[in-house]
Design a protein around this ligand. Structure first.
Ligand code: BES
Ligand code: MN
Ligand code: ZN
Length: 508
């Protein structure tokens, strides 16, 4: 899909379709009013007849609007103007894109980016229009032998801004949006791939592929992959205890983007990459086990975020670390009761082999130290308990550094990819103390997502760190099932904000 920006009046657009909003009850938006005026009340006559109330989600296609150049005018219901917030705006855009896609107009000029969204400016409206459009059009059909072909698909969307003065910020928003949308799509594709294709080795290949893709752009992106022999040599006993039951060898995939100064400390992103989580010997119930193909969505979001960062050529250093493995039962699998030694030297009693995410993350979080990170953020489909606590809307956010917490919460609000803070109090730590080892990998009754975060906290004392539990947000179930690509928007926003902050107050 091609996106672009322009400024101009709707009646003057020589295009297949122009989209304007109508508020409830039957109130024309500014650009709808322009079309109404130039056509001597053609739109208001139709509304008076009762063809469109303006309720959110309604639409009405008009042909031959007098004195207007576009072939068609699509009226979109926007609900009550006073109630137009982030969520309503995204619904309006999504509904519009679906309608256009089914309609057969290959090009359209959309004026909905001029709607008045509470507390949001042009930059935000353009960003979210493009991201939402791209998400709405997403399909995962690589593995269908018969593809759904649309006869006249929507090819080009031009979003309008109300004056030429707004073009620069709108262009910037469009560039950011397309980079983020690209990262989200990449993360969705990886998440949606079945576990017989998306193996740890496959993840490594895709990370290498990202470097090749950007080689032409001379981007400073490189990839390195540690195999099991190397991990053994380093002493990653926790990570290897998870992969030992699987036929598929584990890979620690590392992407290194050097967009900033050489000595500048990097932001390190660590993504859980369990390409299938059976639970291991502590086997999961069969219901919904297929969803555990999404257990690598943390790693996918790291690749997606790096893709966006590289696209934008941000002047900052970002490292992505992805421990990738399967969690499978077999004769060589780890047993409940095994005690393993992590890279940090701390010993762990594996009470439940299904609490494997923290085992692969803890060694990676220790490995992080060698990058002298400015901050470390891990992203993981870590606990079912997080879904119980927060449901499917926000990511669970845990951190040992409150400015980092605030930055991430803000990035979530700006990007519409929200997180919610959970407590990481010392009080919970005793739940993972163990008599025979330094700790155990489960915290017993209560606060399952918090005790998992407390476990990770024991490996991240040397730097500023945040943990995003994305168990509830990484994929949709049911009809619209599939990976969401989250939290690529949040993470990319966080990094964009960091760059902007550094530009505004350069440190001496
Ligand atoms: N990948 C799962 C977490 C998960 C479960 C995410 C369901 C989304 C939906 C993780 O590896 C896991 O199995 N966690 C266990 C931990 C428990 C054994 C302490 C869980 O949440 O049940
Ligand atoms: Mn598990
Ligand atoms: Zn898991």
């Amino acid at each position: 899909m091609e996106f672009s920006i322009k400024s101009g009046h709707p009646e003057k657009q020589r295009t297949a379709c122009v989209v304007v909003g109508v508020y409830e009850p039957r109130r024309l938006s500014e650009n709808a009013r322009r079309l109404d005026e130039c056509s001597d009340g053609y739109l208001s006559t139709i509304l008076r007849r009762g063809d469109l109330e303006g309720k959110l989600g309604q639409s009405l296609l008009l042909h031959n609007v007098p004195n207007a150049l576009p072939d068609r005018v699509l009226l979109i219901g926007c609900g009550r103007e006073r109630e137009l917030g982030d969520a309503q705006y995204r619904k309006i855009i999504s509904k519009t894109i679906e309608t256009l896609h089914d309609m057969g107009s290959m090009e359209t000029v959309c004026y909905l980016t001029e709607l008045n969204v509470r507390g949001r400016d042009t930059h935000w409206r353009v960003r979210h229009a493009i991201e939402t459009a791209s998400s709405t059009l997403y399909r995962f059909e690589q593995l269908k032998s018969k593809k759904n072909v649309t006869r006249r698909p929507l090819r080009k969307i031009i979003f309008s801004v109300s004056s030429r003065r707004e073009l620069p910020q709108a262009e910037q928003a469009s560039i950011e949006a397309q980079a983020i949308a690209g990262g989200v799509k990449l993360a969705k594709d990886l998440g949606n791939l079945p576990p017989n294709i998306c193996t740890p080795t496959y993840m490594a290949e895709r990370a290498k592929g990202l470097c090749l893709l950007h080689k032409k752009a001379k981007a400073q992106l490189s990839c390195e992959v540690l195999d099991e022999a190397k991990m053994l040599e380093l002493g990653m006993g926790a990570l290897l205890s998870v992969s030992q039951g699987s036929e598929a060898p584990a890979k620690l995939v590392m992407l290194d983007y050097q967009g900033g100064k050489k000595n500048q400390q990097p932001i390190v992103l660590v993504g859980k990459g369990v390409t299938f989580d059976t639970g291991g010997i502590s086997l999961k119930k069969p219901e919904n086990m297929h969803e555990m193909k999404y257990d690598m969505c943390g790693a996918a979001s790291v690749i997606g975020t790096l893709s966006a960062v590289v696209d934008l050529q941000l002047p900052i250093n970002v490292v992505g670390l992805m421990p990738c493995t399967e969690n499978s039962p077999s004769g060589s699998a780890s047993r409940p009761g095994d005690i393993v030694t992590s890279l940090s030297g701390q010993t762990i009693e594996v009470i439940n082999t299904d609490a494997e995410g923290r085992l692969i993350l803890c060694d990676t979080l220790t490995y992080c130290e060698r990058y002298k990170p400015e901050v470390v953020i891990d992203i993981a489909t870590l606990t079912g308990a997080c879904v119980v606590a927060l449901g499917k809307h926000p990511h669970g956010l845990f951190s040992n550094h409150s400015p980092l917490t605030n930055d991430l919460l803000n990035a979530g609000r700006e990007s519409g990819d929200r997180a919610w803070e959970m407590p990481l109090w010392e009080d919970y730590q005793e739940q993972i103390d163990a008599p025979f080892a330094d700790m155990k990998n489960v915290g017993g009754k209560g606060a399952g997502s918090i005790t998992a975060a407390c476990f990770l906290a024991r490996f991240t004392r040397k730097y500023q760190w945040a943990h995003l539990d994305i168990a509830g947000t990484a994929w949709h179930e049911g009809d619209k099932r599939g990976a969401t690509g989250r939290p690529v928007p949040l993470l990319t926003q966080y990094i964009i904000d960091k760059v902007r902050e550094a530009e505004e107050e350069p440190k001496e």
